[in-house]
Design a protein around this ligand. Sequence first.
Ligand code: 5GP
Ligand code: ZN
Length: 139
Amino acid sequence: MKDDTCIFCKIANGEIPSATVYEDEMFRVILDMGPASRGHALILPKNHFSDVCALDEETSSKVLALGAKIGAAMKKSLGCDGFNLVQNNGEAAGQTVFHFHMHVIPRYAGGPDMVSWKPGEASAEELAKTAECIRKELE
Ligand code: 5GP
Ligand code: ZN
């Protein structure tokens, strides 16, 4: 379940040192080397999964609760006012390291805008058509 060519496998398993904020049997949580804000962390499973679609059930069932735990600790320790949990899947979505990871990005009141988008427009008919398109695939 490790990939010898994957840098996040090496970091998660301690072969490459990192600024670690949390570790258990399944996960290591490290600080991002290019932080969007002070404390920006990455939750890395110790096993290799390319993205969220590849996760096993145990990992996916635990990662969100871990994100909440890290975010709550950031609010107390760093004094951030909120945090974003962000998770990119695929190059088109901004994924650059193809070992599943979840960003925990502390947000400070009055700080810069990030993790945001300009709301678009769609008619009710268009929304209904798109919803049907996805729903069919899920049937
Ligand atoms: P992605 O764009 O794939 O969602 O996020 C990858 C993140 O990993 C980026 O924010 C990048 O700064 C971070 N990153 C890439 N390589 C390393 C590394 O070797 N060490 C650490 N600490 N962060 C890394
Ligand atoms: Zn990996």
